[in-house]
Design a protein around this ligand. Structure first.
Ligand code: AMP
Length: 215
């Protein structure tokens, strides 16, 4: 099964996509995570991507398309995969369609995780992430038990550079300008599933699984 997650930053795509990937036993591929690793390693891709990411802009399509092309041909994707944060532009969506058309597979479902802006800003500005296992916390709504440390692996919690309020606003603007047009692209193909993402992780996941037809 090939499932795509679209939704504004802070909607909970990463959390929901990871849980769904586990449930259906396919890899969860998050372009944001791959890029952050590349930045950490100072690889060629990381050095190219860093400036765009820090100001909340999108990394150029050719870099991201190339990255996805190389990732989805790996053997762990033979039975499908979940893409989280890709595609984010029409050019990326078209390139993905071309890649998949060369196989006997298709994009099965596209999840549109919807959350109002006021909640997104509150979620993102209070978000803390574990450097080691990437678990997410929130300073008010879901704090870790040990101050500044991950409950699961004791890794250090940090605030992403792009989770500063000014950058968050830019990311939301970029989402509306460049990614929202994808919703119609996939709605026309009858693949889009609108899921409300403002309630708890558990309730959102239940509604996601039911809507996909996996309950
Ligand atoms: P995310 O973790 O999905 O919020 O992504 C963090 C940042 O990585 C974004 O603000 C972009 O700068 C970059 N990024 C992630 N995915 C893409 C993509 N599909 N196209 C372009 N840039 C991306």
């Amino acid at each position: 099964m090939i499932i795509l997650f679209i939704g504004p930053p802070g909607a909970g795509k990463g959390t929901q996509a990871a849980q769904l990937a586990q449930k259906i036993s396919v890899p969860h591929i998050a372009t944001g995570d791959i890029l952050r690793d590349a930045v950490k390693e100072s690889s060629t891709l990381g050095l190219k991507a860093q400036g765009f990411m820090e100001r909340g802009a999108l990394v150029p399509d050719n870099e991201i398309i190339d990255l996805i092309k190389k990732r989805i041909i790996r053997s762990d994707c033979n039975n499908g995969f979940i893409l989280d944060g890709f595609p984010r532009t029409l050019a990326q969506a078209q390139a993905l369609g071309d890649m998949i058309n060369q196989t006997d597979k298709q994009v099965d479902k596209v999840v549109n995780l919807e959350v109002p802006d006021s909640i997104l800003i509150e979620r993102l500005s209070g978000r803390r992430v574990c450097r080691q296992c990437r678990a997410n916390y929130h300073v008010m709504n879901a704090p870790s038990k040990a101050n500044g440390r991950c409950d699961k692996c004791s890794g250090e919690l940090y605030q992403r550079n792009d989770d500063q309020v000014e950058v968050i606003k830019e990311r939301l603007k970029v989402y509306k300008d460049q990614t929202v047009p994808l919703l119609d692209f996939y709605r026309t193909q009858k693949k889009l599933l609108d899921i409300r993402g403002e309630s708890s992780i558990t309730r959102t996941f239940r509604s996601l699984v039911e809507t996909i037809g996996l309950a």
